[in-house]
Design a protein around this ligand. Sequence first.
Ligand SMILES: C[S@@+](CC[C@H](N)C(=O)[O-])C[C@H]1O[C@@H](n2cnc3c(N)ncnc32)[C@H](O)[C@@H]1O
Length: 231
Amino acid sequence: MNEAAAYHDALGDFFATNADTSPYNAYTDRPAMLQLAGDVSGARILDVGCGAGHYAAELAARDAQVVGIDGSETLLRHAEVRVNGRAEILLHDLEKPLDFAADASFDGAICALVLHHVKNRVQLLDELRRVLRPGGWLLISTTHPTADWRRFGGSYYSHDWSDRPVAGGKFSIHYQRMPLETFLGELLTAGFVLERLIEPRPAPSLREIDEAAYDKLHQAPCFLAVKLQRP
Ligand SMILES: C[S@@+](CC[C@H](N)C(=O)[O-])C[C@H]1O[C@@H](n2cnc3c(N)ncnc32)[C@H](O)[C@@H]1O
């Protein structure tokens, strides 16, 4: 297990609660990614790094058959409660092959704010290609490279691993910043075809509850999201 990257214990509990209402997760990443997913009714979807099950629950509510995987037992406990039997939830280290899944056994895969935590991304992307059926789709969101550049400074082209403080410095999350050409290049090298790239802005409803966050997220991008096709 990439122990430094999965969200264990108190960090997991913090993420599970924060992701319910956070301007970043609830109002920016999730609405944009779910819109990219479109109609998922009847689709078998792998939720890669499912965290507390926010996506799995939304996708199951839209009549998808969801398998959620994550390396944090803490978050999987939250996910089990949130999906309430409507999705399958499995403990899995994303540094390892997806050996529980047969070739071409999923119509789609969603990997929200997870890929930058993974060291062995080449293996993970190869595995996602293997388990998706031809014509299947892959949705990925990640930290925006310019947001990391503003946050950490130094070179835009840096591939440094950093421990970024969250919750006012109470916890930190471990991930790798990278320029856009690395993020997209790895996806294309793995054999996926880019269908759409967006720089999500928050949903209008954020304005009513947190105008400052709404304005900030409309000026400076925080995430990138892409929809890819498995040929
Ligand atoms: C920012 S959270 C995103 C969770 C969820 N996709 C969402 O958007 O609500 C990142 C997730 O990646 C998981 N993760 C990080 N490294 C992992 C690894 N090596 N194996 C499995 N899960 C990992 C963490 O435990 C955490 O749930």
